[in-house]
Design a protein. Structure first.
Length: 125
């Protein structure tokens, strides 16, 4: 039961951060046609998961409970594949085909690169 609580607290923190960053991104972009907030949290979350896992592997600091809190809870609540899918479907329904392909490409490419860079950075820190 304690482990579920650890994940839940992390998820609450991550989801709250995602919401706040989404608001900020919406304001900064002027609320335009592209889902900047979701892209931002997914790329940052991918970078952080790569970094945290690599640091945990190389430095041994990542206890099971810390892994549950940071990786499963915080970053699981922070990143949002369901929002990505929904926003892409909205773009598709609105016949914004170019934005659909741009959104899909940027998410997959940038998230892959972010995990890779985070992991490599974590190995050298």
């Amino acid at each position: 039961m304690i482990k579920a609580l650890i994940v839940g607290v992390g998820g609450f923190c991550g989801a709250t951060l995602r919401y706040l960053i989404g608001l900020l991104a919406h304001r900064l972009s002027g609320g335009h046609w592209f889902p900047h907030g979701t892209l931002t949290v997914n790329v940052v979350g991918c970078f952080l998961i790569g970094l945290i896992v690599a640091l945990g592997e190389s430095k041994g600091f990542l206890s099971h409970n810390l892994h549950l809190f940071l990786v499963i809870g915080l970053l699981g609540g922070f990143t949002t594949f369901s929002s990505f899918g929904h926003e892409t479907a909205v773009l598709f329904r609105n016949a914004q085909t170019g934005a659909v392909f741009l959104n899909v490409f940027l998410h997959f490419f940038l998230c892959f690169i972010a995990v890779f860079i985070g992991h490599e950075l974590g190995k050298v820190l």
